[in-house]
Design a protein around this ligand. Structure first.
Ligand code: NAD
Length: 281
């Protein structure tokens, strides 16, 4: 496996591209939006520089990663030589299916198609292609370069060979993997959405300030981040999409907090917009 394409250059796509390039693969990063693609290039190069400055990686390694990366706004060009594609477009099933049908047409026969979905069904996505045995979910975490885990979710028709290949890919990226059978929200999103939503409900009910809810979970329950600061980092729009899907598939327990809906309507979607449960400069 030499050539990996990443489709979608937002929060996750750029993090995945950075990590994959540092692991020695050639990476083609694609986004439909030219300005997002340019921003991704800038932020990946800044992160490489920051990692060198802080002594996390050698300057030669950063240079090599930079040379491994290509930015391409034509999807067909971006994936035509890919051994694997990792998709990180918005969490919407019609969009994922549209992208996977194109990938199925444009990629070589051997290409593995992985989705970074947080909740959706790799079985449904795979069934829309002519290669369901090569379709799988690789669920990365934000920020990708820091988070150790990749959750690997098998669809109904995903082959064992595909599972083994993506586990190997994870190892090359210096990540740990867990193997999960498909069910809405897998392990991590299902748990994380529930904790985050409860924290939002508590905040809305006036149980405690956002700072104190987060502090309570960090210091009392040993969570490395508070659920509200984590939701701001993930993006409240992304979180709401996940909640809506889990509410639809798993029921009442996952009804999105009304305050989350209100914040998204106001465009306060967390860190990326400068405001959410906290204010950012
Ligand atoms: P984002 O909004 O930051 O980025 C999505 C990108 O996809 C945008 O740059 C957009 O221009 C691009 N895009 C939209 N349609 C496209 C198309 N047809 N072709 C190519 N590019 C297209 O979203 P994100 O937070 O990076 O989430 C991406 C995926 O990763 C989602 O499925 C999400 O559930 C999942 N995820 C997100 C997080 C997180 O913390 N944000 C964590 C794990 C998984």
């Amino acid at each position: 496996m030499k050539q990996i394409s990443v489709v979608g250059a937002g929060t996750m796509g750029r993090g995945i591209a950075y990590t994959v390039a540092l692991s020695g693969f050639n990476v083609n990063l694609h986004d439909i939006d030219e300005s997002n693609l340019n921003q991704a290039k800038t932020s990946i190069e800044e992160l490489l520089q920051k990692s060198v400055d802080k002594g996390f990686i050698e300057v030669e390694k950063a240079e090599a990663a930079k040379n491994h990366l290509t930015y391409e706004n034509n999807l067909q060009q971006a994936v035509r030589e890919a051994d694997a594609v990792i998709e990180a477009v918005l969490e919407e099933i019609p969009l994922k299916i549209e992208v996977f049908q194109k990938l199925d047409r444009y990629c070589p026969e051997h290409t593995i198609l992985a989705t970074n979905t947080s909740t959706l069904s790799p079985t449904e996505i795979g069934a829309s292609t002519n290669r369901p045995e090569k379709v799988i979910a690789m669920h990365f975490f934000n920020p990708v370069h820091k988070m150790k885990l990749i959750e690997i979710i098998k669809g109904l028709d995903t082959s064992e060979e595909t599972v083994r290949i993506v586990q190997g890919l994870g190892e090359k990226m210096n990540k740990e993997t867990v193997e999960v059978n498909e069910f809405p929200g897998f392990v991590t999103s299902r748990m994380n959405c529930l904790i985050g939503n409860e924290a939002m409900n508590m905040y809305m009910e006036g149980v405690a300030s956002a700072e104190d809810i987060d502090k309570a979970l960090k210091l009392g329950l040993n969570h490395p981040m508070g659920p509200l600061e984590l939701a701001d980092l993930v993006g409240l729009d992304s979180r709401l999409r996940n909640m809506n899907y889990l509410y639809k598939t798993l029921g009442e327990k996952y009804r999105p907090c009304p305050l989350l809906i209100k914040y998204v309507k106001a465009g306060k979607v967390g860190r990326k917009s400068g405001s959410g449960f906290y204010e950012y400069r």
